[in-house]
Design a binder for this molecule. Structure first.
Ligand SMILES: Cc1ncc(C[n+]2csc(CCOP(=O)(O)OP(=O)(O)O)c2C)c(N)n1
Length: 672
C-alpha cells in the first residue's frame, strides 16, 4: 500500500525533533543527535507500520519494538507521548529526573510501551532475536488453520555502536540461520560515534556482512525521505523467510547549523544558541518549548486509535478461536498470566540415597526431563555443551528454522547472544527460558544476566562444572571467582545445591521465582545423595540455608557452613570431629540471597551468633567473612586452579575433609 505524506506528517517529524531537543535542554543532559536524525523513521514506524495499541501496551499480539540505541531515549518517549501512551508531556519535561517515567535510558516496567531496558549497546539487537523466536514458536503452538492468534513482528532501531558490539553479530548470525523473517533491524547509519567519525574504527561492509549471515538487506539513502523509508518498510514486512536489515543513511543532529554530522551532538545538549538556530532552520517558533501543534497531536492520536481498532478486531478473532479450542486457550491464558499449572511440583523427582554418587548436573538433567512434560513454557538450550550440561529436553525436538515450535535451542558457541536471547524469550511473556554453559563462561553472559536482573526477568541459568573439580581441563575451565561474581549482581538468586535432592529443590525455587533470574550452579563430579537432605532439603533450599546435621549432647561447639559439593566434605569432617568428641553442626547454604531474605530468628537459629563458624566453598573467600564473622574462618580458593585430576587439585589447594577438621579443631580450641 503506497503511503501518502503531507505537511502535517512533516510537522510531526519536526515535533519529535523539537520535543527531544527541548527535553534534553531542560535536563541539561542527554543525547539529542540520534533522535534528530531518526525522527522520520520513528514517526513513520509508530504511526503507519508498528502494530500497537497505546491504550493497552501489553496487548499480547503487538509488534515488539526495541530501541537498541537506548541513549536515543527521547526519540522513543516523544513517539510514545504523541501516539497516546500514558506518558504525558510533563513526563517529557521531567526527562532524566528522579521519579520521572522518562529515565535516561528506556526502562521496561517503568515506561509504558518500552519493551526492554536498553543502554548497553548490542543488547537490544541481540535480545530482539529472542523475541522473534518467541513469536515463531508461539505461532506453531497456538495458531490453527485459519486462526492467527500470534501474528506480529519485532522491530529494532539500532546504531553504529550496536552493530559494532560483538553480541549483535552472534545474534544476527543465529537470526539468519533460523530464518526469522519477522525480524527487522533498522540501522541508523549516521557514521558518527562518540570519538568522531566511524572511519576511526568501523570500516567493514556491513550490508555484505548481513547478507552473508542470510539477511535481506535494504538501503535507504536519505533518512528524511518518508516515501523511500515507507517503501523499504513495506518490503520488510513482506516476509521472505529472512530477517531484514534496513540501512538508513541519516545525519546526526540533522538541521543543527553547526552541530549536524558532528560527534559533539551525540551526548550533550545542543546549547541555547544552537537550539534557537536549529528551530529557525526547521521553520519552528524559536521561543516555544515542548510545542505540539494541535494538528500533529490529532494525527498521531489517530494513528494510535487505529491500533486500538486492530486490537479489538484481534480480540474478536481470539474469542472465536478460544471457543473452538478451549484447552489451547486455557493453556495460552495460563502462560500469559505466568501461572504455573496446578500440581506441577508433583512431577519433581526425588532421589534415593542408595550409595551411588550422582553429579548435580546429572540430577538437573533428570529434573528437567521430569518437568518439561508438565511445563510447556520451559524452553532453552546450551551454547554447544548440552551433553555436558545435561540440558536437552527429551523429546523436545530441535528448534530450527523449519521447526520453530520445538523446544531445544541450539545457541551454538554464542554465550553472549544466548544470554540476550533468553531475555528476549522471557520479555515476550509466555516462556520460562533457560540457558546452559560451564560456570566459568558465565562471564560471557554477564551483561545479559545483569539486564535480566535489572528487568526482573525469570530467566534460569544452568551453570555446570562449577568448581576446580572440573579437573584436567585446568584453570581456564575451573571457575574460582564466578560464584561470588554472580552473587554480587542485585536481584539474581544463585543456588548451589549440595546433592541431587537439593538440585530438584533448586529447580523448584527457580521455577517459582516469577520476577527475577536464578542461576543454578551444578557439579561436574559425582556427589553422594545425602540422606540428611531428603526431608529437610526442599524447604531448606528455599530458605537458602538449613541445618543438615547437628551436634549431639548439647549445643554445637562449631558450625560448618558449606555449599554445593563441599557440603559432602563438611559431612566427612563432621564424622571425624564427632569421633574426636566435638559437637559439630553442618549447615548447607545453597543460596546466600535466599538466606538473607529469612527472618532474623531463623538466621540466628541456623547460625547462632555465639558459636564459631567455619565456611567451606571451592571459590574465592571474599564475602564469606560476612557469614562467619570475626571469630570464624573460611576455607576457599584465592588463586587460579591447575590442570590435574579434580581430587588432586583439591588436595593441593587444601579443600579436603582433613583440612576442615584441622581448622575446626583450631577454632574450637580458640574458643575453649
Ligand atoms: C556496551 C556499551 N559500551 C559503551 C557505551 C557508551 N556509548 C553510548 S553511545 C556510544 C556510541 C555512540 O555511537 P552510535 O552508536 O553511532 O550512536 P550515535 O552517535 O549515532 O548516537 C557509546 C560508546 C554503551 N552505551 N554501551
Amino acid at each position: 500500500m503506497t503511503q501518502i505524506f503531507d505537511d502535517v506528517d512533516q510537522l510531526a517529524v519536526t515535533t519529535i525533533r523539537t520535543l527531544s531537543i527541548d527535553a534534553i535542554e531542560r535536563a541539561n543532559s542527554g543525547h539529542p543527535g540520534a533522535p534528530m536524525g531518526l525522527a522520520p523513521v520513528a514517526y513513520l514506524l509508530f504511526t503507519r507500520f508498528l502494530k500497537h495499541d497505546p491504550s493497552d501496551p501489553g496487548w499480547p499480539d503487538r509488534d515488539r519494538f526495541v530501541l537498541s540505541c537506548g541513549h536515543a531515549s527521547m526519540l522513543l518517549y516523544s513517539a510514545l507521548h504523541l501516539t497516546g501512551y500514558d506518558l504525558p508531556l510533563e513526563e517529557l519535561e521531567n526527562f532524566r529526573q528522579w521519579g520521572s517515567r522518562t529515565p535516561g535510558h528506556p526502562e521496561v516496567g517503568l515506561v509504558p510501551g518500552v519493551e526492554m531496558t536498553t543502554g548497553p549497546l548490542g543488547q537490544g539487537t541481540a535480545t530482539s532475536v529472542g523475541m522473534a523466536v518467541a513469536e515463531a514458536h508461539l505461532a506453531v503452538e497456538f495458531n490453527r488453520p485459519g486462526d492467527r492468534v500470534v501474528d506480529h513482528r519485532t522491530w529494532v532501531l539500532c546504531s553504529d555502536g550496536d552493530l559494532m558490539e560483538g553480541v549483535s553479530s552472534e545474534a544476527a548470525s543465529l537470526a539468519g540461520h533460523l530464518r526469522l523473517g519477522r525480524l527487522v533491524w533498522i540501522w541508523d547509519d549516521n557514521r558518527i560515534t562518540i570519538e568522531g567519525g566511524t572511519d576511526l574504527s568501523f570500516s567493514e561492509n556491513v550490508p555484505a556482512r548481513f547478507a552473508a549471515y542470510g539477511w535481506r538487506v535494504l538501503e535507504v539513502d536519505d533518512g528524511n525521505d518518508l516515501d523511500a523509508l515507507s517503501a523499504a518498510f513495506e518490503t520488510a514486512v513482506a516476509d521472505d523467510g529472512r530477517p531484514t536489515l534496513i540501512r538508513v543513511r541519516t545525519h546526526i543532529a540533522w538541521g543543527a547549523p553547526t552541530k549536524q554530522d558532528s560527534a559533539s551532538a551525540h551526548g550533550a545538549p545542543l546549547g541555547a544558541d544552537e537550539v534557537r538556530a536549529t528551530k529557525r532552520a526547521y521553520g519552528w517558533p524559536e521561543d516555544e518549548t515542548f510545542l505540539v501543534p494541535p494538528e500533529v497531536a490529532a494525527r498521531c492520536r489517530e494513528a494510535g486509535a487505529r491500533g486500538a481498532d486492530a486490537h479489538r478486531g484481534w480480540q474478536t478473532a481470539v474469542d472465536a478461536w478460544a471457543e473452538g479450542h478451549p484447552d489451547l486457550a486455557r493453556e495460552w491464558r495460563r502462560r500469559l498470566a505466568r501461572e504455573l499449572p496446578v500440581g506441577w511440583t508433583d512431577a519433581l523427582p526425588s532421589f534415593d540415597a542408595n550409595g551411588a554418587k550422582i553429579a548435580t548436573r546429572a540430577a538437573s538433567g533428570k529434573v528437567l526431563a521430569a518437568l518439561a512434560p508438565v511445563l510447556d513454557e520451559l524452553i532453552g538450550g546450551s551454547a554447544d555443551l548440552a551433553p555436558s550440561n545435561k540440558s536437552l529436553i527429551d523429546g523436545g525436538g530441535d528448534l530450527l528454522a523449519q521447526t520453530p515450535g520445538n523446544r531445544n535451542f541450539h545457541f551454538g558457541i554464542r554465550e553472549h547472544a544466548m544470554g540476550a536471547i533468553l531475555n528476549g524469550l522471557s520479555l515476550h511473556g509466555e516462556f520460562r527460558p533457560y540457558g546452559a554453559t560451564f560456570l566459568v563462561f558465565s562471564d560471557y553472559m554477564r551483561p545479559a544476566i545483569r539486564l535480566a536482573a535489572l528487568m526482573e526477568q525469570p530467566v534460569i541459568y544452568v551453570f555446570t562444572h562449577d568448581s576446580i573439580w572440573v579437573g584436567e581441563d585446568g584453570p581456564t575451565h575451573q571457575p574460582v571467582e564466578h560464584i561470588l561474581a554472580l552473587r554480587v549482581i542485585p536481584g539474581l538468586v544463585v543456588v548451589r545445591p549440595a546433592d541431587a535432592n537439593e538440585t530438584a529443590a533448586a529447580w523448584q525455587v527457580a521455577i517459582e521465582r516469577s520476577a527475577g533470574p536464578t542461576a543454578l550452579l551444578l557439579s561436574r563430579q559425582g556427589l553422594p545423595v545425602l540422606e540428611e537432605a531428603r526431608n529437610a532439603g526442599a524447604d531448606g533450599v528455599a530458605r537458602g540455608a538449613y541445618i543438615l546435621v547437628d551436634g549431639e549432647g548439647g549445643a554445637p561447639q562449631i558450625v560448618l557452613v558449606a555449599t554445593g559439593g563441599e557440603v559432602s566434605l563438611a559431612l566427612d569432617a563432621h564424622r571425624e570431629l564427632v569421633q574426636r568428641g566435638i559437637r559439630v553442626r553442618v549447615v548447607s547454604m545453597p543460596s546466600w540471597e535466599l538466606f538473607a531474605e529469612q527472618t532474623d530468628d531463623y538466621r540466628r537459629q541456623v547460625l547462632p551468633p555465639s558459636i564459631p563458624r567455619l565456611a567451606v566453598e571451592a571459590g574465592v573467600t571474599l564475602g564469606w567473612r560476612d557469614v562467619v564473622g570475626d571469630n570464624g574462618a573460611v576455607i576457599g580458593i584465592d588463586r587460579f586452579g591447575a590442570s590435574a585430576p579434580g581430587a588432586e587439585v583439591a588436595q593441593h589447594l587444601g579443600l579436603t575433609a582433613e583440612a576442615i577438621v584441622k581448622k575446626a579443631i583450631e577454632l574450637v580450641g580458640n574458643e575453649s
